[in-house]
Write a protein that binds this ligand. Structure first.
Ligand SMILES: [Zn+2]
Length: 286
């Protein structure tokens, strides 16, 4: 039987919650429908038994937009503001961004992570689903749903900047058949990824990092990051710290040591374990 947008009258089609991801909305739709088989929800919204179920970069967005009659936004809106492309778009060109949306609109996103530099970044290539336990309680109370917030999914964000709470993560989507499930955050399925207890100093660093990431993404949405200006700012800051020689060269041995010392506390979060390799190794920029 053909599936048409008529199967989704307004009263059955959920609307976006604030800062919600596409994966979250379809997971709510899955739960609300009483459907127990994930592939049927994928088929219904994305036209394939495993389609659309990647929580970071879903494929078949064109089918989703078509089957929801555009009532949840067009391809650009959904691709840019409801997936993790929202984060990466701040750091790539508009052409690259358009290409990413084109990929997600179609059948395969296989090469997208490579193209965006995620696979070669020396950080983890998967994006764990993350949630703030206080947001979950508040959301459940105010909307009836605990759901996935887009800002919490950004790489580098491990603290909810609204509640100054560490984010908990889910491993359910990382492996095997579960990769294609539709799930919402549930307290007992979430875990704290940090490998040690967290002191005030680290909490403060993670909070500042999360706030920085969110600000960068907001700013990047308005205009490209001003790279020449950033370059001048970094050089000026290095000069202030005595990290430049009289001839203006970088004192890499000192910079590397200070950098490693600065990022050392962050490495108790698994995502940041590669930081010391990503920046400097043995005193050299790599
Ligand atoms: Zn929160």
């Amino acid at each position: 039987m053909p599936i048409t947008p008529d199967l989704f009258p307004d009263f059955l089609l959920l609307n976006w919650l604030p800062d919600e991801t596409l994966f979250s909305l379809v997971s709510r739709q899955h739960l609300l429908s009483g459907e127990v088989i994930a592939s049927r929800t994928s088929e219904r919204f994305f036209g394939g038994s495993r389609a659309g179920a990647q929580h970071d970069f879903p494929n078949r967005l064109a089918t989703f937009v078509e089957r929801t009659g555009g009532r949840l936004g067009g391809l650009q809106e959904v691709g840019l503001h409801r997936t993790l492309l929202n984060f990466y778009s701040a750091f790539i060109t508009s052409q690259e961004c358009a290409h990413a949306i084109e990929c997600m609109a179609g059948d395969s996103v296989a090469h997208l992570k490579l193209r965006l530099g995620i696979l070669t970044s020396r950080f983890r290539a998967h994006h764990p689903l993350k949630a703030c336990p206080v947001c979950m309680e508040e959301d459940a109370s105010s909307t009836g749903w605990a759901y996935w917030h887009l800002q919490h999914q950004y790489p580098g964000v491990w603290v909810c900047t609204k509640h100054a709470q560490p984010l908990l993560s889910s491993a359910l989507k990382a492996t095997g058949v579960q990769r294609f499930q539709w799930i919402l955050p549930r307290q007992h399925e979430l875990c704290d990824e940090r490998t040690a207890s967290q002191g005030d100093d680290l909490s403060g660093r993670l909070f500042r990092l999360a706030a920085l990431v969110e600000t960068l993404v907001q700013r990047g949405a308005r205009e490209p990051l001003p790279m020449p200006q950033l370059y001048r700012m970094y050089r000026y800051a290095m000069l202030q710290r005595g990290w430049l020689t009289a001839a203006g060269s970088l004192r890499m041995n000192v910079i590397a040591k200070e950098f490693l010392e600065h990022i050392r506390p962050l490495r108790i979060v698994a995502e940041f374990a590669g930081l010391n390799h990503a920046g400097f190794r043995g005193g050299y920029l790599v």
